[in-house]
Design a protein around this ligand. Structure first.
Ligand code: ADP
Ligand code: MG
Length: 669
């Protein structure tokens, strides 16, 4: 879950907010204010909460790169090039600040912080009267902003972090960029949250990949298969049908042996098209391709549209738009959907003679919205098309980010969003060597019911023999299927062991590794545990890595040293990119069955220490995001108190997880 401005107290706080004010400019005049307007609800909200100052930062084109291009063009055309005039007309933020002032009117005073860059503005900002909006100069005047060197990124990020107690990211359009003002800054401010625009974007786009209201129908069009492969593959997981239009469709039709005339076909993508067709068939996803077309002899706005009443396109024609029979087919498929996602126009909509297909699709999608279907449009050109036809307000959501929306639909993690994510509260039940299959299934059945309205993340790990039965019961619920252990090898002569491949076959998604009982009663050492962790991650599992010291270790004063060693060695060779799949469970082994008690403060201290170890290994941001569960006799009466601790993000529950009556109040504390 992402954390938003609504979840933090903004009163008297200094806010530093990344917005996407990368608007088209001509001679210092804003040409299209969509992006400025989109940020206004968040700006007004922050001011209404009584923030002390609101400092805004954004890029506005790329001054260095764009100026070079403009200069080269001027030279080619034999015209003089005035650098300062060019920069003032295209890349300075002052006119944008003035524009924002006009839009905000009496709501706030907007001041521009000066053309000399974004650094060293703390005194200027702190000197403003309460409620002032400060606009910083274009962040891309600093070459650190887009540097590939993390140290360079951090330099600018630190300077920007000085202006805020809270970082708000509302720049969805640049959320896919890992840059100083979009992501690195979050390392240096105490709190990072998303703005209202970002929240809306994530709320509509993310579920399409994770858990859409089904059936999901995707309309994918545009020019090239090559730019949409990842999104097609990602959508295959949840969609019941993929409607393919635009120039892309011709590559698919050619792959099926149809004639495509002079249409735009990517011959090097035919194999990819075939692979996608095969994957769709295997997954039971219907692929809907055009059955007729509108063609032209030349790719030109003035070309005469030619009706092609056949799937095959004559040799002298280019496919420019879909035909009427195709539209009828689309209509039938779209009528089955509860969610529709649309990325890519189905024809050359920029030419009026070939815009009809795209316009009719836009109308169809708009109509279904009024019937309660969730409709989401993403992609620069698709959004332009929907705007051109005046239908944007008729969709559930029209994304403001082209590249960012595409990457989200591809299932990627976006740096600008990840920094605003709050840690899950993750409650897991470890059923150990208890219960038969039917007893386990019965408990699972009770939990499905009792946790349905629960707000946290849940997992249960039955004994191996009950995994399949429990998996069937919890399928489709908010409970994840876990396993208590796995072998360190994929397969082979390992009598009595259970392999990750076998667990995958049963639908297991998470594996508990290095539980204290495995470490002590079964003598598992750090090397073995690390091997299991790596193997589980390699096969796509999430992992709960358990760490914790025994009473003997604690009494020898080894408390921190043991946790440190187990964390470091358990995660050896695990890359940062895989860390989001790992959570850590701290087990105060010293307190379990020894008559000693671990207080919430003891637990918090250990968790904080472990987070510090992660920070040393993977950096501050990774440490801020890793979930650390508490694995020491959590009970209904101490759950809330433990979970209230800053660094305790859930629990790995043993004994109390064996009954719905005790696990439910812990899980819903
Ligand atoms: P988006 O920006 O929505 O993701 P794309 O950039 O993938 O969409 O594709 C948009 C472009 O595809 C448009 O410029 C459109 O003219 C072009 N296009 C659609 N159909 C055809 C076609 N039949 N032939 C050539 N280009 C097409
Ligand atoms: Mg595009």
């Amino acid at each position: 879950m992402i954390k938003t401005v609504k979840s933090v107290d903004l009163k008297d706080k200094r806010i530093i907010m990344r917005v996407d004010f990368n608007v088209p400019m001509k001679d210092g005049v804003v040409q299209d204010d969509t992006r400025i307007v989109a940020a206004i609800p968040t700006i007004k909200y922050i001011l209404a909460q009584g923030a002390k100052t609101l400092t805004l930062m954004s890029h506005l084109g790329d001054p260095a790169k764009d100026a070079e291009k403009a200069k080269a063009k001027a030279e080619k055309d034999g015209k003089p090039f005035d650098y300062d005039k060019y920069i003032a007309g295209k890349h300075r933020m002052a006119p944008v600040a003035a524009y924002l002032q006009k839009k905000l009117g009496k709501h706030a005073t907007v001041v521009f912080a000066g053309e000399d860059g974004c650094k060293g503005k703390k005194a200027f900002i702190d000197g403003q009267p309460p409620g002032t909006v400060i606009m910083l100069e274009n962040t891309r005047f600093h070459k650190e902003e887009t540097s590939k060197d993390p140290k360079e990124l951090d330099k600018l990020a630190k300077a920007l972090a000085e202006y805020g107690d809270i970082f708000v990211n509302d720049a969805f359009g640049t959320a896919h960029r890992d840059q100083a003002s979009t992501a690195s800054i979050a390392k240096f401010v105490p709190v990072s949250v998303a703005g209202l625009l970002m929240e809306k974007e994530v709320n509509y786009l993310e579920p399409i990949v994770t858990s859409p209201k089904k059936p999901l129908v995707a309309i994918i069009g545009g020019a090239k298969v090559s730019s949409k492969i990842a999104v097609l593959e990602s959508l295959l997981k949840n969609a019941s049908a993929l409607v393919i239009g635009g120039a892309m469709a011709y590559t698919f039709l050619k792959a099926q042996g149809k004639k495509t005339g002079k249409s735009m076909v990517e011959d090097d993508q035919i194999e990819t098209a075939n692979k996608i067709l095969a994957a769709a068939e295997k997954a039971g996803v219907e692929i809907v391709l055009p059955v007729d077309h509108v063609g032209a002899e030349k790719f030109d706005a003035a070309s005469k549209p030619v009706k092609i009443d056949n799937v095959n396109i004559p040799d002298n024609l280019i496919g420019m738009d879909i035909g009427s029979k195709t539209l009828e087919k689309y209509k039938k498929v779209l009528a089955t959907a509860k969610t529709i996602v649309w990325n890519g126009p189905v024809g050359v909509f920029e030419f009026d003679a070939f815009a009809k297909g795209t316009e009719e699709v836009a109308k169809l999608v708009a109509e279904t919205t009024s019937k309660g279907v969730i409709t989401v449009v993403g992609g620069g050109d698709s959004v332009a098309a929907v705007n051109k036809f005046g239908l944007a307000s008729k969709m559930s959501h029209v994304s403001t980010g082209g590249g960012a929306s595409l990457e989200l639909l591809e299932g990627k993690k976006l740096p600008g969003i990840e920094v605003t994510r709050a840690r899950d509260c993750y409650i897991a039940g470890n059923w150990k060597m208890h219960m038969t299959r039917s007893e386990s299934a019965a408990l699972a059945k009770d939990l499905v019911k009792s946790l349905k309205s629960g707000k946290h993340k849940y997992m249960v790990a039955p004994s191996f023999t009950a995994i399949e039965a429990v998996g069937e019961v919890i399928a489709g619920s908010n409970i994840i299927l876990g396993a208590q252990n796995c072998a360190a090898e994929e397969e082979g002569a390992h009598t009595g062991e259970v392999s990750v491949l076998q667990l995958k076959d049963l639908g297991v998604r998470t594996i508990i590794i290095g539980h204290s009982e495995r470490r002590h009663a079964y003598k598992e050492d750090d090397e073995l545990i690390n091997k299991k962790v790596k193997l589980a991650l390699k096969h796509g599992f999430d992992v709960i890595l358990c760490v914790g010291e025994t009473l003997e270790e604690r009494e020898k004063g080894k408390l921190w040293a043991v946790c440190k060693r187990q964390t470091e060695k358990g995660l050896a060779d695990v890359c940062e990119c895989e860390l989001s799949k790992v959570s850590i469970a701290y087990e105060p082994v010293w307190a379990i069955g020894t008559g000693k008690t671990a207080s919430p403060e003891n637990a918090q201290a250990a968790h904080k220490f472990i987070r510090g170890v992660i920070a040393k290994l993977y950096g501050e941001l990774a440490a801020k995001h890793i979930v650390i569960q508490y694995g020491g006799s959590v009970k209904p009466d101490n759950a809330a108190q433990l979970m209230a601790m800053e660094d305790i993000d859930g629990a790995l529950v043993g004994g109390a997880s064996l009954k719905a009556a005790t696990f439910t109040p812990i899980a819903k504390f």
